[in-house]
Design a protein around this ligand. Structure first.
Ligand SMILES: *[C@@H]1O[C@H](CO)[C@@H](O)[C@H](O)[C@H]1NC(C)=O
Ligand SMILES: *[C@@H]1O[C@H](CO)[C@@H](O)[C@H](O)[C@H]1NC(C)=O
Ligand SMILES: *[C@@H]1O[C@H](CO)[C@@H](O)[C@H](O)[C@H]1NC(C)=O
Ligand SMILES: *[C@@H]1O[C@H](CO)[C@@H](O)[C@H](O)[C@H]1NC(C)=O
Length: 419
């Protein structure tokens, strides 16, 4: 419906379909007609869009966080904790058996809103029906999951309601990278999340890509396989080509001194085999070193590049980053850190030296006599989400994401050792 002004007191009111038009010349009739229109608009809005279902006693809006739950009101932990995914989880969808393999089996998938999205976005539902569907899900959920790298998070699509003891869980296995998070509307999420499951060590539950432990039954006759015989020097494979850590430039500079064979989407050679596992099996049987360079330098952000890609395939990882605390995470003596060298040239010389000296090269594997490494599929370690909810059920807390997940905690534009 639109109003077109032609002359003073001379208007045409048109309705959709446009063919229905009214011309009004008289001032009084004009006022009456306009008034009726306004009433109609008000009525529509009031009834269809803004009218929320009557507030139920245990439901309140996240925008008005005044509801205080007293200690005595902590509801008993439900036998089955029902999980609603508000946003897609790293492009994976939930299914009924998502939690079936967990040792803590008391979680149940309720719904994945991203699966419902086509329905929610379609014209089949009116705004109020869509809203009611969301409410129905939200009222049933004990846990609402938010994936950090989702559109819902970035654009602050906040659920319209929460039940008082519902846990909102913020999760991602990525770092607080600037390229994604500088555009996120954090201010709106401030203090809304109750639990965090991310790579940071101070999260309620830290996601890790791997860990090492002491080998329980050490075989006294263990001898190191002949890793030294591999003739390739340094390899790198990646699919994320332009990074905040400038690893691509770092590699280019390194190539001025020693050969680096690059695989995958950002490399010269396609990754051999059918999948990632094939690719690293190939690299692991031919090369001595692997450039385990992260896409950004953030605290505790050490990914499968060091674990699955390097250590599991008996490649010595070359790691870089001032904030990633490698000493805390990787087996002692298992890696080469670029910070120990004054320049890229010196690093290159060291790699050549090590690659030509069996004793020296094998010294990077002495940890194998004592420890073993394990990989974790953090990509979505859903069981840890379930665990943390179990373990913290009666703790009431919320996180200031604005500070805690700020990209400012990472180093950017690392051009420092490109000399
Ligand atoms: C090679 O490494 C060994 C052991 O770290 C060191 O003693 C030697 O000076 C190095 N040689 C060169 C040419 O860098
Ligand atoms: C190889 O490295 C070992 C250990 O650092 C060193 O003692 C030895 O001299 C090196 N051998 C050669 C030929 O450089
Ligand atoms: C979760 O966080 C909200 C928002 O800060 C808070 O009102 C609510 O009490 C918290 N609930 C729990 C169980 O921690
Ligand atoms: C990093 O470098 C880019 C391009 O040179 C620049 O636009 C950006 O502002 C820099 N970021 C920081 C945090 O210095």
């Amino acid at each position: 419906m639109y109003v077109e002004k032609q002359k003073f007191f001379y208007r045409i009111y048109c309705f959709i379909p446009r063919s229905v038009c009214f011309r009004i010349r008289q001032k009084k009739l004009h006022l009456l007609f306009g008034g009726l229109l306004l009433l109609l608009i008000y009525y529509q809005f009031n009834n269809q869009i803004w009218q929320r279902p009557p507030a139920q006693p245990r439901i309140f809006s996240p925008y008005r966080m005044i509801y205080q739950v007293r200690k005595s009101e902590i509801p008993p932990k439900p036998d089955v904790i029902k999980v609603l995914a508000w946003s897609p989880l790293a492009n994976r969808h939930f299914s009924d058996d998502t939690f079936r393999s967990c040792s803590q089996p008391n979680c149940k998938f309720l719904a994945d809103r991203s699966v419902l999205m086509p329905l929610l976005k379609s014209k089949a539902l009116s705004p109020i029906e869509r809203y009611k569907l969301d409410l129905k899900l939200l009222q049933k959920a004990d846990v609402v999951l938010f994936h950090a790298l989702s559109d819902e998070f970035r654009r602050a699509v906040i659920p319209p309601m929460r039940t008082p003891w519902q846990k909102w869980v913020f999760t991602t296995a990525e770092a607080p990278r600037r390229d994604f998070f500088q555009h996120a509307d954090y201010a709106k999420w401030r203090h809304l999340m109750n639990l965090t499951v991310t790579i940071k060590a101070d999260a309620d539950k830290q996601l890790i890509y791997g860990y090492y432990s002491e080998t329980l039954e050490i075989d006294p006759g263990y001898t190191l396989p002949d890793y030294f015989k591999r003739t390739g020097l340094v390899a790198w494979a990646a699919s994320h080509c332009k990074t905040e850590s400038y690893r691509e430039q770092f590699i280019e500079k390194l190539q001025n001194f020693i050969p680096v064979d690059t695989y995958g989407r950002c490399g010269k050679h396609p990754c051999p085999g059918n999948d990632v596992e094939d690719c690293f099996y190939y690299i692991g049987s031919r090369y001595k070193f692997y450039l385990a360079l992260e896409n950004s330098d953030c605290p505790d952000y050490i990914t499968e590049k060091s674990w699955r890609n390097s250590l599991t395939h008996n490649l010595v990882p070359i790691v870089r980053g001032k904030l990633n605390n490698y000493r805390k995470y990787l087996p002692p003596g298992s890696y080469i850190h670029t910070d120990n060298f004054e320049s890229i040239e010196q690093l290159a010389r060291h790699l050549l030296n090590v690659s030509q000296n069996r004793t020296l090269y094998e010294s990077y594997f002495t940890w194998k006599f004592k420890y073993e490494v394990h990989n974790r599929d953090t990509f979505m370690d859903l069981c840890s989400i379930c665990e943390v909810v179990h373990d913290t059920w009666d703790i009431k807390q919320s996180w200031d994401l604005d500070n805690w997940w700020s990209p400012d905690q990472c180093l950017h534009n690392q051009t420092d050792y490109l000399a």
